[in-house]
Design a protein around this ligand. Structure first.
Ligand code: CDP
Ligand code: CDP
Length: 204
């Protein structure tokens, strides 16, 4: 009770990071931060003509609220601004403060276990085949009325994974001490159960 406890969840696009993070946070009463939303919000501002660094330096909580941030166009813009090391640096303090909150925190993204929270109590790296991830993301967005093709979603996912993995600063890769979780053949419930049991063991 009242202790700091940090769970870092990283992985490629649409691997199930958010689904697992939300469920872990709800189960243990931790706060959850989807760090991808920070980059998506900066990307959205750049699409509207703002300078990327200025957008990162002036980001406000309300900027993370818009449903439009889920669009593949914004995802691409996010991945392009995420290459910029000054943009990344501008977002570090907010993420670390969130991670250090009393009562526990789950952060999901690309560099939580490798850069933002190198001392996290639990590190999970969630993966799945790119076709499975694209299928799930397409179903998720089309359920909200988006009418995307599988080819378009696969292209977004694979282009971002490539850019995110190959960038010089904070590339997407598992931390040496991360537990790997491949959800290609797992239901969301099974993936959640695995994550909850890892956290339960680390807390005991
Ligand atoms: O946060 P991230 O982009 O990694 O993925 P997500 O938004 O949590 O998951 C993408 C979609 O895949 C969601 O609609 C999940 O419900 C679904 N999913 C699934 O079908 N099976 C899993 N094992 C994990 C997620
Ligand atoms: O939900 P999905 O996995 O598709 O993407 P996201 O987590 O919302 O992240 C969008 C983009 O932001 C990624 O493709 C990365 O380029 C960037 N990102 C990052 O560089 N570092 C993070 N900690 C989180 C996201």
């Amino acid at each position: 009770v009242g202790l700091k406890f940090t769970v870092a969840i990283d992985g490629p696009a649409a691997a199930g990071k958010g689904t697992i993070s939300k469920a872990v946070a709800a189960h243990f009463g931790f706060a959850h931060l989807d760090t991808g939303l920070l980059y998506r919000a900066v990307g959205a501002k750049v699409l509207n003509g703002m300078d990327a660094l200025k957008a990162a330096q002036t980001l406000e909580p309300v900027d993370l609220d818009s449903d439009d941030l889920r669009n593949p166009d914004v995802a691409q813009a996010a991945s392009r601004v995420a290459v910029n090391s000054d943009v990344r640096t501008a977002l570090v303090a907010f993420q670390r403060q969130f991670a250090a909150r009393v009562g526990g925190a789950v952060l999901d993204g690309r560099d939580i276990g490798t850069v933002i929270c190198v001392d996290a109590d639990v590190k999970l790296f969630v993966t799945a085949s790119s076709s499975k991830r694209a299928q799930r993301r397409m179903d998720e967005l089309n359920a909200k009325g988006m009418g995307l093709t599988f080819a378009a979603v696969l292209e977004d996912v694979e282009a971002r994974d490539k850019r995110d993995s190959e960038r010089a600063t904070a590339p997407l890769k598992p931390a040496d001490d991360a537990v790997m979780l491949d959800t290609t053949d797992l239901t969301a419930d099974a993936a959640i159960a695995r994550a909850i049991s890892l956290v339960a063991v680390a807390r005991s």
